[in-house]
Design a protein around this ligand. Structure first.
Ligand SMILES: *[C@@H]1O[C@H](CO)[C@@H](O)[C@H](O)[C@H]1NC(C)=O
Ligand SMILES: *[C@@H]1O[C@H](CO)[C@@H](O)[C@H](O)[C@H]1NC(C)=O
Ligand SMILES: *[C@@H]1O[C@H](CO)[C@@H](O)[C@H](O)[C@H]1NC(C)=O
Ligand SMILES: *[C@@H]1O[C@H](CO)[C@@H](O)[C@H](O)[C@H]1NC(C)=O
Ligand SMILES: *[C@@H]1O[C@H](CO)[C@@H](O)[C@H](O)[C@H]1NC(C)=O
Length: 520
């Protein structure tokens, strides 16, 4: 753990003033009130002997962003001499050009005293988290002056993988909506954008190698696609905010939209002895299928820099496979009997071999594990089935088998209900399952999911925010941070911050914000 400052640290109790979301691990507030931040003078600076220096794109840009966020609401233009006119940022490990990864440190320490304001972090990614906290600590007094109180913060995430899934197949989300989501993710310290980019309804990913996939599979091949430069932009925008991008290309099910652009990829379904004209999952018995996947994933592996690719593997419907005589013949030849999950395993194992041959790791939905597909020991199993609350047992089974687990089952934010449904989301305890501490260590985090059946750009933001923030705090803060009264106060306050920053976050309950959405 990070060095603690000499001052006695107290975990902030409910009812105290500073409202940071998600709650930092340790906060101690000094006495004596605020120090003025002058918009005319305030600047961020690289500390002496910091391992990164001006020209570091990640921090140069973050300094500009956070300056604007701090003084967004206008305020204090008076030029005053004050020790609070400079926040020095000291990063101890070099590296600005890389990408954040699962094992990147996000630790930081923030010291705001009479003498200096200093942010120290191991990496630029940690510095980004600290800048966010700093921006949330600043407050505006009754005269419209920005101040920051004497405070010490020592902070680090509880889980390294804190994700958000967006589904851009069921409804196309314009690039701008994705970028805005990345902004709000950075505000809540979420660090993985899981891009469920294609699925049955549409194929908006424009492949360089197989342009027909989006040409024939997108809702509209010109307006409803993500070009190579769109994808690059999302990845870079995310990187500058310390967010990883994990693409999901879900197979062998959920692939209807691949069909038109990839002849012979999908299984022809039969009605009696004749093809019915319908198509099922990817055809696992043709060699051409694996040749296609080899070339397709060569591209995907090169385009998306993260070590992990999400390979889906959920909800494979066997009906079509069962109807097809070529598949039946193959089943016999392989000695699979009538066990179609063996055929699914056969396919997935070949796919995993292809993807690992490109030096990538993979995440798969839980069915791959449930169907006993042989996977590499470092595979991440994504637990999603709600199953009347059985998910803790699934997490126990996955980790008992030695696999790392990622939790989404309680966090399907596309489901909504009347009232304060953030509370249920918030009170989930990811490690509340029967298992050893070694098993608990295998839970790397979780993801909030926003499936797109009933969600497009018109309702994305209000449905996500601030509810996804509840997941963000559960995954970042100490497990003992569960006081819902205190959480309500801070989350309601944070929602107002989101509105001020231009995010259409829905209300938690009755009330108002000083700066309502759209007001100036
Ligand atoms: C800062 O300190 C002042 C004076 O102690 C207090 O009234 C105020 O609530 C504090 N503000 C924050 C954001 O902590
Ligand atoms: C920044 O960190 C480096 C290395 O840890 C240290 O040598 C240096 O004194 C620090 N600078 C400041 C201003 O704290
Ligand atoms: C598919 O590949 C396997 C192994 O390389 C080979 O034995 C088989 O004959 C091929 N099948 C077809 C239809 O080409
Ligand atoms: C979970 O597993 C426990 C045994 O470890 C069992 O008693 C319980 O009924 C299971 N819960 C569900 C919801 O399946
Ligand atoms: C979480 O909080 C508890 C209670 O304050 C404390 O004992 C524990 O050390 C904290 N965990 C971490 C990782 O700091």
């Amino acid at each position: 753990m990070a060095r603690l400052p000499a001052a006695v640290l107290v975990l902030l109790a409910a009812g105290s003033a500073a409202a940071v979301w998600p709650q930092p691990q340790y906060v101690s507030e000094g006495a004596g009130g605020g120090c003025r931040l002058s918009a005319a003078r305030f600047r961020f600076a690289y500390a002496d002997r910091s391992a990164v220096a001006p020209g570091c794109e990640v921090l140069d840009q973050a300094f500009r962003r956070y300056w604007e966020l701090l003084f967004l609401a206008g305020g204090n233009g008076k030029s005053e001499d004050s020790p609070c006119n400079v926040l020095s940022v000291n990063v101890t490990k070099p590296g600005c050009d890389g990408f954040p990864a699962l094992d990147s440190s996000e630790n930081y320490q923030l010291t705001i005293s009479d003498q200096l304001m200093l942010l120290t972090a191991d990496t630029v990614w940690g510095a980004l988290r600290g800048l966010e906290t700093f921006s949330q600590l600043a407050w505006k007094d009754d005269n419209g002056m920005f101040s920051i109180n004497k405070t010490d913060v020592v902070d680090f995430p509880r889980f390294p993988h804190r994700g958000l899934l967006l589904d851009t197949s069921r409804h196309y989300l314009p690039l701008k909506a994705i970028l805005e989501t990345l902004d709000a993710m950075a505000y809540t310290k979420l660090n993985v954008f899981h891009w469920h980019i294609v699925d049955d309804p549409s194929f908006p990913y424009q492949s360089v190698k197989f342009p027909d996939l989006s040409q024939k599979g997108a809702y509209n091949p010109f307006t409803h696609v993500y070009t190579a430069s769109d994808v690059k932009m999302v990845i870079e925008y995310a990187r500058l905010r310390g967010i990883r991008v994990i693409p999901e290309f879900d197979t062998p099910g959920h692939t209807r939209s691949w069909g038109p652009g990839a002849p012979r990829l999908l299984t022809p379904c039969y009605a009696g002895s004749k093809p019915s004209g319908a198509y099922g999952p990817v055809n696992p018995v043709l060699n051409t299928t694996y040749q296609f996947m080899l070339e397709f994933f060569a591209e995907v592996s090169a385009v998306f820099p993260d070590f992990y690719v999400h390979l889906g593997g959920d909800e494979v419907d066997f009906t079509c496979w069962k109807s097809n005589p070529d598949i039946q013949t193959f089943m016999k030849k392989m000695g699979f009997g009538q066990d179609y999950s063996k055929l699914e395993s056969f396919y997935i194992q070949k796919l995993l071999d292809i993807v690992s041959s490109y030096g990538k790791g993979y995440v798969v939905w839980q069915e791959v594990f449930d169907n006993a597909v042989k996977v590499k020991p470092d595979t991440i199993i994504h637990v999603w089935k709600q199953d009347n609350g059985h998910y803790p047992n699934e997490t126990a089974r996955v980790t008992k088998a030695g696999y790392r687990a990622l939790l989404s089952a309680p966090w399907y934010l596309n489901y909504i209900s009347y009232g304060q449904d953030w509370l249920g989301i918030y009170l989930v305890e990811p490690l509340a399952f029967k298992g050893s501490s070694a098993q608990k260590d295998l839970v790397i985090g979780g993801e909030a999911c926003m499936w797109g059946e009933y969600v497009d750009v018109t309702n994305l933001s209000p449905r996500l925010w601030p509810r996804a923030g509840a997941v963000a705090e559960r995954l970042w803060s100490n497990k003992t941070v569960r006081n819902t009264r205190d959480a309500y106060r801070r989350l309601a306050d944070f929602r107002c911050t989101l509105l001020r920053r231009g995010i259409r976050a829905e209300p938690l309950f009755t009330g108002y914000c000083e700066h309502e959405y759209g007001s100036v």
